[in-house]
Write a protein that binds this ligand. Sequence first.
Ligand SMILES: [Zn+2]
Ligand SMILES: [Zn+2]
Length: 349
Amino acid sequence: MRAAVLRENAEIRVEGLPRRYPELPWREDPLAIEVDYPTPTVGPGKVLMRVLACGVCYTDIDIVEGRVRCKTPLVPGHQIVGRVVEAGPGVGDPVEGEVVGVAWIGEACGRCGYCSTGLENLCDDFRATGCHLDGGYAEYALAHADFVHRIPPSMDYASAAPLLCAGAVGYRALKLADLRDGLRLGLFGFGASAHIVIQVARRLFPSSEIYVFSRSPEHRELAEALGADWAGHPSEDPPGRLDRAIDFTPVGEVTVRALELLERGGVLVVNVIRKQTQIALDYARHLWLERTVRSVANVTRRDVRELLEVAARLGVRTEVQSYPLEEANRALRDLKAARVRGSAVLRTA
Ligand SMILES: [Zn+2]
Ligand SMILES: [Zn+2]
């Protein structure tokens, strides 16, 4: 089958960006576009999907550049939308012909304390799609039948793909923020995840004011178009203090800024795997008076399924920039250079 394959970690070479990892090869095309990668075969409990679309996530850049450790050779891609073409022994659901999605958690142990309480995102032994298991930058992909999610029939395949990671992680952050209607929400950073979260929050919590903080004038404009009550630079003072906040940025200083603007008893959720700069907190100024800070790790199946349902019901729209599978490297370069508006998606059919 055709696939875009990572055979060796490399730094993605983008015009205008300096080289950061001299120990790695520096390549414009870190993925090999192959035509004879072995098509996976179904086993018990698995389904084979013809991939229709696969989202390109910033984590894929972390994987290619070796900051997230995965197997090689590897087919990346953990926002897969595909049609089931073969169900393995013992699989009753989904059935052949159904269109399903696969997200980051491809399998989990199913036995530990986390798995048995619906927190498979915290399982020690979970295996990630497009990292420990081959993903969706290919014509076909294999998935565990218990870890696929039905795509609502009203949804366009490419638009559904970004909901499976960017959207679902943002949705989990929104749930962890414990927002209630009427409380004021602040969103820091306005990329693929936040532009979905704002639409969900706007519809589920119509009386809540939503403030968006971004350095980018284009992102602030998009935020206002999607329902922000106020959008400004992170250094600007908003019209009121925040009851809830989500920080989507890799910058430590933004976390500190969000806490400065947080009302007593408020909750800040940090939705990023690693901060590139330190978070320097002063207890009295940033945490005292029952302010809470928490992180988000991965997503559970429940988050993905709820978001797909909510997005279809409430008419959440994702902005998508499409690429053919053969141009997976260009998609990675565009994403790294912040040239993608909304989310990058590979169309494989
Ligand atoms: Zn992702
Ligand atoms: Zn487990």
